[in-house]
Design a protein around this ligand. Structure first.
Ligand SMILES: [Zn+2]
Length: 132
């Protein structure tokens, strides 16, 4: 799915999570059906870093198991850039492991923005995040 549909509540859940972890990066998963997100998972960032994230494996695995047992699909991965930029970093491109929408929540001038990107074969393109 190269675009995803979120509610404003999903967006706020992600922003609250990443804001609470400032100045470190925070991350999580988006699951749903079709292109519609139904569930936001917060996953600890075991890198504990302001510039990179590594999803804590057991939390990631239990989220994947929940998604599968619910008949949903992984639609997106989100993480924050607490000091910008609003686009994917070279590390994000190099480490992208799933064909899903990568949502970047960036804080610039104390204001959070959310943008979506599709990353495949070391190439990225911006995709629509529809907020309903
Ligand atoms: Zn990043």
């Amino acid at each position: 799915m190269r675009s995803i549909i979120l509610t404003s509540g999903h967006l706020q859940t992600m922003i609250d999570h990443v804001n609470a972890h400032m100045p470190l990066e925070a991350c999580g998963l988006l699951a749903g059906r079709g292109s519609r997100v139904e569930k936001v998972f917060m996953v600890p960032n075991q890198a504990g870093s302001p510039v990179r994230y590594v999803m804590e494996p057991s939390a990631q695995l239990s989220a994947f198991e929940w998604i599968e047992s619910s008949g949903m699909e992984l639609l997106g991965i989100f993480h924050s850039h607490p000091a910008g930029p609003e686009t994917v970093s070279p590390t994000d491109i190099a480490e992208a492991a799933y064909p899903v929408v990568h949502v970047i929540l960036a804080c610039v001038n104390n204001k959070w923005s959310a943008r979506g990107f599709w990353i495949e074969n070391a190439v990225f393109e911006e995709v629509d995040l529809k907020i309903e």
